[in-house]
Write a protein that binds this ligand. Structure first.
Ligand SMILES: [Zn+2]
Ligand SMILES: [Zn+2]
Length: 397
């Protein structure tokens, strides 16, 4: 089969690799109908996530059709159209029983590595380094899905692939981030980063009852989408002082909750940004927390900081004094996608939300190297790229 493979920093190629096989009775094989490049794939592309190996298959956002099941699978059958959540979860451990699927104790065979770094392990993730289990990803024609009964969620007939593709990661991620804000009526929620997760976080915050939502970015196209599609007020951080503007918008108090949809590759301006860039380049610091520092400064006293953006290691100059003095709550973590797919799929089915507005590029899988380049450089107004493996195989045979 054809698959998007990692060969080092900025080196992505589409290779012919062996088809995946059922290895365990609880496995299923899914033929991929649609897959995406995620903002967090760019962390792999840019070489920020350790433990990648030459030839690893990328991709953790994919939907498709079940073509084979192991003897222990009863919840799905061949021919079912399914959404595949990006974390792999066993369904039986203490964390899975609490619906904290992304913290599953049993799905990461390389848990020792993460335990050494973080003190404990998280769930395995498709196509996201050996630290996260070394699973082959979904930017491919076929994928092996472990614990198929727990992971795979059937898609109602009337929904097409594009309507459900973002249930694999970014919509639940955005929704969990908004839910973690504990939104009450009349609240203002500010979102740093109007990429795919940020835009859907603005929408989710509205669904959950936020009175006012504010999107912060520097790309005019993203701010325009935030304003038009999410009814957000917007701030271009290259033109305005973000903290001051947010305070002016909220009667001097600051937003009730702030969402960091940027993560460890934050851009910024001035001396602080230069400092983080140098430290990250010299590998003294893993993550550039410019956005996070600003969130902490802007948030109102007693407010909540929700962090769906990915961080991988140590951050420097974390204003812990401000977190303490202002009595802030920090909520973070990978998304418990399995928990969110059924209710969010119902919202899509009901027409309460349409997430397809973020798609800017539709490419065959064969064009993945170009897709990564465009997305990384934010060229052509790129927000979200979806790729079709079927179109790819037609092009190559
Ligand atoms: Zn993703
Ligand atoms: Zn588990």
């Amino acid at each position: 089969m054809r698959a998007v493979c990692w060969h080092g920093k900025h080196n992505i190629q589409v290779d012919t690799v062996p088809d995946p096989q059922i290895l365990n009775p609880r496995d299923a094989i899914v033929r991929v109908a649609l897959t995406c490049i995620c903002g967090s794939d760019l962390h792999l592309y840019n070489g920020y996530i350790p433990s990648m190996k030459d030839g690893d298959i990328l991709g953790h956002e994919f939907v498709g059709e079940v073509v084979e099941i192991g003897s222990g699978v009863s919840g799905v059958a061949r021919g079912d159209r399914v959404v595949v959540p990006f974390p792999i979860a066993c369904g039986d451990c203490w964390y899975c029983k609490q619906e904290m699927y992304s913290l599953c104790d049993n799905s990461n065979p390389n848990s020792w590595a993460m335990e050494k770094m973080y003190g404990d392990t998280g769930a395995g993730i498709f196509g996201y380094s050996h630290l996260y289990g070394g699973y082959s990803g979904g930017q491919a024609e076929y994928v092996r899905v472990p614990f198929a009964d727990v992971g795979l969620k059937k898609i109602p007939d009337q929904l097409d692939w594009e309507q459900v593709i973002f249930l694999t990661d970014i919509f639940p991620t955005a929704y969990q981030a908004a839910e973690q804000c504990g939104i009450r009526e009349g609240d203002t929620v500010a979102v740093w980063g109007c990429g795919p997760v940020g835009l859907l976080a603005l929408k989710s915050a509205r669904l959950l009852g936020a009175h006012k939502v504010v999107g912060i970015d520097r790309f005019p196209k993203r701010l325009e989408l935030a304003a038009r599609e999410c009814q957000a007020e917007v701030i271009n951080y290259e033109e305005t002082d973000v903290v001051e503007t947010l305070h002016n918008m909220t009667g001097g108090r600051g937003p009730d909750a702030c969402i960091d949809a940027v993560g460890m590759e934050a851009q910024g301006t001035g001396i602080e940004a230069a400092y983080d860039n140098v430290k990250q380049t010299l590998k003294i610091e893993n993550d550039r927390p410019m956005a996070l520092r600003q969130l902490i400064k802007a948030c109102r006293k007693g407010g909540t900081i929700s962090i769906p953006g990915v961080y991988s290691g140590f951050v420097d100059k974390m204003p812990m004094g401000a977190v303490f003095a202002k009595g802030l709550t920090l909520r973070t973590g990978q998304t418990h996608v399995q928990k969110y797919v059924p209710p969010l799929m119902r919202l899509v089915e009901r027409g309460a939300i349409d997430t397809t507005f973020i798609i800017t590029h539709r490419l065959p899988l064969e064009d993945a190297p170009m897709g990564y380049r465009i997305f990384d450089h934010k060229e052509e107004g790129c927000i979200k790229i979806v790729m079709n493996p079927l179109a790819a195989s037609q092009a190559t045979h």
